[in-house]
Design a binder for this molecule. Structure first.
Ligand SMILES: Cc1cc2nc3c(=O)[nH]c(=O)nc-3n(C[C@H](O)[C@H](O)[C@H](O)COP(=O)(O)OP(=O)(O)OC[C@H]3O[C@@H](n4cnc5c(N)ncnc54)[C@H](O)[C@@H]3O)c2cc1C
Length: 382
């Protein structure tokens, strides 16, 4: 069998050893995992995997040691995430908190929230989801209706969220809601609260997507009490906080590596004697992926040095999801003509899954139309 290995040029000598360590860990831990399960990448869930991964010090690895982190660099974290995605590791349990909620807690969390949540996240034992979208407020996020009113010692929350990834298995939700003003106040009066999903008054109703998975959910809040120290930052400043958080969400390698399993299975099935159309397509794919990697690492560097590359992150997300979405049909187009069916058994299972999953790539994290509107505004075209 032809062996194809993800082998990116090291960005810095310090990451070579780390890459070898994490790759060996993944080789052992994921030895029995099927290609079609690996194709789920950051939507695959395994509590056991996240706990073992946390025990190696690879969750929250850039955070301060006093909160369970390792004080390592953003570049080292990038290498870890690349390897996880390339291997198709089931990372959903710790994904949101490691990528964004941990940073949010470090910047805006109360002492109690930081001490209570960050070490447990880093151990791979506490899972967060992110509740922004609502049934009538997706693209128009400032129109959210879920609200929190002041009560003795905290807040009382009513409303609902939808499409919340990971809600069926998460313990906590970082939630954007209205704490003052009205819907017409738009961005003013929005705040972020951490809501314990085991609180009385919370109902989580999983939603089945078209692949058959139940990774997201609708979440209802009826008179849910949230203590004061679960407020993130200042009351009324949630909009600015969420926008900074979205840059962390939009620029990582998951925006161009979601179909990596398909590329690997395609090259493996093609073998060393691949036809010219297959070789040409692989060359195109790798060069596009390489360009996206350069852009994504550049945004990561800017974020880690305190910059606010919001527009740049949006461009990575838009180009990355366009690339990812193009892969299943491009590979499908050459399969029948260039490869006999006997060569393509695991490849077809992966392709079928990604043909169904990939339409969501340009919805999650903000739709293509909305992101392009933001790019146009950034370029002062509107
Ligand atoms: C797999 C997946 C995971 C998700 N995970 C989460 C999550 O964890 N947390 C969370 O809060 N949300 C999550 N979402 C929700 C996602 O953020 C929303 O689906 C997205 O923001 C679009 O909102 P909507 O579904 O309400 O669509 P709508 O806003 O109703 O949009 C419908 C269509 O109209 C277009 N449109 C809307 N307004 C405009 C406009 N002004 N100009 C041009 N076109 C427009 C949109 O681009 C889209 O094509 C997830 C979605 C998916 C698919």
């Amino acid at each position: 069998m032809y062996e194809f290995k993800f082998d990116p040029v090291e960005m810095h000598p310090c990451t070579a050893q780390l890459r070898t360590e994490v790759r060996e860990f993944l080789r052992v831990e994921l030895a029995q995992m099927l290609p079609q399960d690996r194709a789920k990448t950051w939507f695959g869930f395994s509590a056991d995997f996240s706990r073992k991964f946390g025990a190696r010090g690879w969750i929250g690895m850039t955070w301060p040691k006093k909160y369970g982190g390792q004080e390592r660099s953003a570049l080292e974290r990038y290498v870890i995430v690349e390897e996880l995605l390339a291997a198709g590791a089931p990372v959903a349990a710790h994904w949101m908190a490691d990528r964004q909620t941990g940073e949010l807690l470090l910047r805006y969390g109360s002492d109690n929230a930081k001490n209570r949540f960050l070490p447990a996240i880093a151990r791979g034992e506490l899972y967060f989801c992110v509740g922004l979208s609502e049934p009538v407020a997706g693209s128009d996020l400032a129109a959210i209706r879920t609200s929190a009113v002041r009560v003795s010692g905290g807040w009382q929350v009513n409303g609902s969220k939808i499409w919340t990834s990971g809600a069926p298995h998460s313990h906590m939700m970082s939630t954007l809601l209205r704490t003052s003003g009205s819907i017409s106040s738009r961005h003013a009066g929005l705040s972020q609260l951490i809501i314990d999903l085991s609180s009385p008054g919370v109902t989580v109703r999983p939603i089945t997507d078209q692949t058959g998975d139940r990774h997201f959910a609708e979440v209802f809040f009826t008179d849910v009490f949230v203590p004061d120290d679960m407020l993130l930052g200042n009351e009324g400043e949630g909009w600015q906080q969420v926008n900074a958080e979205l840059s962390l969400e939009r620029s990582g390698p998951e925006r161009y590596l979601s179909c990596y399993r398909l590329i690997e299975e395609f090259v493996r099935a093609a073998g060393p004697q691949a036809s010219l159309p297959v070789v040409t397509l692989v060359g195109e794919i790798i060069s596009e992926m390489w360009t996206l990697r350069q852009m994504s690492t550049s945004v990561t560097g800017q974020l880690s040095s305190g910059g606010t590359p919001a527009l740049e992150a949006i461009i990575v997300k838009d180009l990355g999801s366009t690339f990812e979405q193009s892969l299943p049909p491009r590979i499908q187009a050459v399969l029948g003509a260039e490869m006999p069916p006997s060569q393509t058994v695991p490849l077809h299972a992966v392709l079928n899954y990604l043909l169904n999953a990939s339409p969501s790539f340009s919805l999650r994290g903000g739709t293509r139309e909305i992101l392009r509107g933001m790019i146009a505004r950034g370029l002062e075209l509107r």
